[in-house]
Design a protein around this ligand. Structure first.
Ligand code: NA7
Length: 552
């Protein structure tokens, strides 16, 4: 008997786009308004926003500066929108993306509450058949995933969670009506960017906050503040300059990495440079010297400075020692920036548990039991434990390409893409900010714009030339995967053996350095060259005979 899914009529469009965050919104706009295609966006949430729709945890804030965390494709949009703070908060980013959706009339082609369950390529018709969990069906020539890199929550499989009498939450699936911490005993597991943002805010209202730290982390003050009218005026007058800097920089930020080695200056000069960067706040700290991420001795200087700051801020020496017992070079895990994180440990209602000394044994009815036999009584557990990054959201969908090969099979040893954009054996499937692209190592809107525009130009090329399919050649994929590895190995990044860049935070996930560490500017040139050379490394399907005759 056919199931309910088979009974709903299939809707045919030129392109299905999965996700309505920055990437999905811009991809819709480009394909629909620039190329004139019919497009259906499928979005699991009930609103636009992607990452920012789900990550509503207390203190959620972007760590790219607001004037660079925006679409740059439309000058009028840039001129009309004003950010209010140096680093945009979650609610303001949501307002921005809703503004974009309204301004370009995008909602009419987005179906909300539509989580994609499967997508299957049919060679005979050259169509992707896409199903949502609620049984809707779509057929499309092009399938574009705009699912984000950090959208598959990693809730650790700690025994006993089901027995906990209190409530628990993952920061990436935060309730829309918030969580009331007042007077509650809150345990927060995880001290990545998220935990570091959340702890100070939770501590403001919680009866007691216990932070469970497995890996100690560096953090630099964000020094977030309202933007001055002068800065706002400068940002609006300087959009061309800001865009040029973001396109030229390694990370897509609106500042360049200084072209000097940490060894070029005296110890006193270096200390003064670090102090000034600490006082200024934010990710610019990493840009002080060109060799911070390539030379261990250079990195050690930054690392020593940052560890010393923890000791200056945190009053209890034992707590300071645990917080600064950091085992990896600076910035080899995503460097958090914070608003009062280390200061939080000076509060009477905050304590730190060192999971390296006593790991979590299990969750009990009353709280968290650590291996030293101490039960930490809790009313609420917050898992700030990150994501099954980059591949997680793609593999959560059942994607099947040519000859019945699934993406799970194709990637069982780790993700294999060409330029992070396409997978061999999956014709006309494009992965915005996919593994093998700079993505999470950059200021995301910049790399999203580049990917979306490249994909749009590519589809325009296919259509203009009646080319039915594009997919990468396997040797081009092999070369790119090797290059992605080489680029990572030329840096200190793989030295943080437990980072999510390597997939090491998810049990059983292949250990492969997933993002491309060769730099955004270089990557942008590579993608442009590939296209200019007739999509070198890609296999283009032969134009249909009828189509060719029509063009003659
Ligand atoms: P992260 O950076 O992956 O941090 C997750 C944190 O949770 C990190 O401290 C982990 O420790 C910790 N963790 C994960 N699983 C466990 C278990 N089972 N027990 C104890 N501690 C655990 O995620 P975030 O959400 O903070 O940030 C993700 C990105 O979002 C960030 O990099 C920015 O790009 C924005 P570990 O280090 O694995 O020992």
């Amino acid at each position: 008997m056919p199931d309910a899914m088979d009974q709903s009529p299939e809707v045919t469009v030129d392109a299905v786009v999965i996700g309505a965050g920055f990437a999905g919104l811009y991809q819709l706009l480009c394909l629909r308004d620039r190329l004139g295609l019919s497009v259906q966006v499928l979005e699991a949430g009930d609103g636009v926003g992607g990452t920012w729709y789900w990550n509503r945890y207390p203190g959620a804030r972007c760590d790219s500066e607001s004037h660079s965390y925006a679409f740059y494709f439309d000058e009028a949009l840039l001129q009309d929108w004003s950010w209010t703070e140096r680093y945009p908060g979650q609610a303001e980013i949501m307002r921005y993306l809703n503004h974009v959706a309204d301004r370009f009339d995008l909602r009419r082609d987005i179906r909300f509450n539509a989580r994609v369950a499967s997508a299957e390529y049919d060679e005979a018709s050259n169509r992707w058949h896409v199903r949502t969990e609620d049984g809707a069906r779509y057929a499309a020539t092009y399938l574009i995933t705009a699912v984000g890199c950090l959208s598959s929550a990693n809730v650790p499989d700690i025994p006993g969670r089901e027995n906990f009498d209190g409530r628990w939450f993952h920061t990436g699936q935060w309730p829309h009506d918030g969580v009331d911490f007042s007077g509650k005993r809150v345990g927060m597991v995880g001290t990545g960017s998220t935990g570091i943002q959340a702890a100070p805010v939770i501590a403001e209202t919680a009866g007691h906050l216990t932070v469970f730290q497995r890996t100690a982390n560096y953090s630099i003050p964000a020094r977030n503040a309202p933007l001055t009218e002068e800065f706002k005026a400068w940002a609006k007058a300087s959009t061309a300059e800001i865009r040029a800097t973001m396109h030229a920089s390694v990370n897509g930020h609106a500042f360049m990495i200084q072209n000097r080695s940490a060894h070029d200056v005296t110890d006193a000069e270096r200390e003064a440079i670090y102090q000034a960067a600490w006082d200024l706040g934010g990710l610019r700290f990493r840009a002080n010297f060109r060799d911070i991420l390539t030379d261990k001795a250079a990195n050690d200087t930054a690392s020593a400075f940052l560890k010393a700051q923890i000791g200056k801020v945190v009053k209890d020496p034992q707590t300071a020692a645990v917080l600064s017992n950091i085992d990896h070079p600076f910035a080899t895990k995503r460097p958090p920036i914070d608003s009062g994180y280390f200061e939080t440990f000076n509060r009477d209602n905050v304590s730190l548990v060192d999971l390296r000394a006593a790991p979590i044994e299990r969750i009990t009815e009353n709280g968290i039991l650590t291996k030293d036999g101490v039960e930490h009584p809790l009313d609420i557990i917050v898992f700030a434990t990150g994501f099954d990054a980059m591949t997680g959201p793609l593999l959560a969908m059942d994607i099947t390409g040519r000859d019945g090969v699934t993406l799970k099979d194709a990637w069982k040893e780790g993700p294999k893409t060409y330029l992070g954009l396409q997978v061999a054996g999956f014709p006309n499937l494009f992965t915005v900010t996919g593994p093998g692209s700079p993505s999470v190592l950059t200021n995301m809107p910049v790399c999203i714009e580049q990917h979306v525009e490249w994909i749009t130009d590519c589809i325009a090329h296919l259509r203009a030339n009646h080319i039915p399919t594009i997919e990468p050649a396997t040797d081009a994929v092999d070369r790119w995967v090797a290059h992605v590895n080489d680029a990572a190995n030329a840096t200190l990044l793989p030295q943080a053996g437990h980072s999510w860049y390597l997939g090491a935070n998810v049990p059983g996930k292949p250990r492969v350095f997933m993002p491309y560490a060769g730099g955004m500017a270089r990557y942008r040139r590579t993608c442009a060259d590939v296209a200019a050379r007739g999509y070198d490394g890609f296999v283009l399907g032969a134009p249909a005979r009828g189509a060719l005759e029509m063009t003659r």
